[in-house]
Ligand binder design. Structure first.
Ligand SMILES: [Fe+2]
Ligand SMILES: [Fe+2]
Length: 350
């Protein structure tokens, strides 16, 4: 019989969760306040309701000590994208619906079930680049949420892996893999990153510049880490009030990054200004054309196009032709020369 470590909000709840696994696992229950001294076992089940960000951070640190190939399964409310994002940010390798059933958990460990509800993507299918991108995003979002400094070295290492992977597998394959991802936010960032790198490649950018674009893509929406999850991952269009909250993300991103030593200033520019338009109608500063740098213009086009390619529960992805038409329809908001060049990106996938 497998062993499993069970973590829940209280000793009573941990025992109750563990008892449901009894037919399949020898489960050791612990409360969140008393994480075991020992590292996580090969199978850890987390069934908690996180409220305090300091607990989030401690749990994440503890889970990092899991053995290679160790499973960390989070029990979440069925189809809750909000909890799914949170779980992945903390270090989940898989998700199951609450109440977690011992048989399902055993099946998941045997790789017969990959996730609750919508597919999270089979880890074997994911390229090194997608995994590197996902890990980087988890660290970026966790650091922004906890107000901890970003590790720029591991971010640039991840950017390098991401660029190599996009160059090797191409944009179309990358989109297929990434669209399976649970989290709308992570899916968005991974698509925008791939679009920006592909664009840089077609423009003949140097390796260093392509890495900068990858870092920019991964970082650009970091401010969303501080947007309430029920708005961030809402499976429907946002209303006016929610949009106003969402539009705070460029300034929240700037705030999360402004004191990070060693971060290139153009990354801050891109984080805070990727929703500015050349005609002055963008936010948060209403910049005009000559105030918007080339890197920002490139990211803005990649961001809009990437968002149109996403699969969301309330809208299928647009075709490359329709998405490109929408870029053209934006007229003087975007850099016309760059939009013209961008047509080549739309030809390398569909
Ligand atoms: Fe954004
Ligand atoms: Fe974005």
């Amino acid at each position: 019989m497998h062993r499993a470590t069970v973590i829940s909000d209280s000793p009573e709840r941990a025992r109750e969760v563990a008892s449901r696994l009894a037919d399949f696992f020898r489960a050791d229950p612990f409360s969140l306040q008393e994480l075991p001294d020992a590292a996580p076992s090969a199978c850890t089940l987390i069934d908690i309701r996180l409220r305090d960000p300091s607990q989030f951070f401690e749990l994440r640190r503890w889970l990092k000590r899991r053995p290679e190939n160790g499973h960390v399964v989070f029990g979440i409310d069925r189809d809750s994208r909000l909890q799914a994002v949170q779980a992945y940010a903390i270090g989940a390798t898989g998700l199951l619906p609450r109440p977690v059933d011992g048989k399902l958990l055993a099946l998941m460990l045997a790789d017969k079930v990959t996730s609750a509800g919508e597919a999270a993507g089979d880890p074997d299918e994911q390229s090194a680049g997608v995994l590197a991108g996902m890990n980087a995003l988890q660290s970026i979002f966790a650091a922004a949420l906890a107000g901890e400094p970003l590790n720029t070295e591991s971010l640039s290492a991840a950017s390098q892996t991401v660029v190599a992977s996009i160059e090797e597998q191409g944009l179309a394959d990358w989109l297929d893999l990434v669209r399976k991802h649970h989290s709308q936010t992570y899916q968005h960032c991974l698509i925008v990153t791939a679009v920006a790198v592909s664009f840089g490649r077609l423009l003949g950018f140097s390796s260093a510049d392509k890495r900068r674009l990858a870092t920019a893509g991964l970082l650009h929406d970091i401010g969303k880490a501080r947007i309430p999850l029920d708005i961030l991952e809402k499976p429907a269009r946002l209303n006016e009030e929610e949009l106003a909250v969402m539009r705070q993300h460029p300034l929240l991103g700037l705030d999360a990054l402004k004191d990070v030593p060693g971060l290139q200033p153009e990354m801050l520019d891109m984080v805070v200004h990727h929703h500015e338009y050349l005609d002055g109608s963008g936010y948060p500063h209403g910049l005009q054309a000559n105030e918007i740098s080339d890197l920002v213009r490139t990211m803005t086009i990649s961001d809009i196009y990437g968002a149109l390619l996403e699969r969301r529960s309330y809208k299928p992805p647009l075709s490359s032709a329709d998405a490109y038409q929408m870029l053209q329809d934006m007229g003087s908001k975007l850099d016309k020369d760059l939009v013209r060049e961008f047509r080549a990106v739309t030809r390398i996938h569909n």
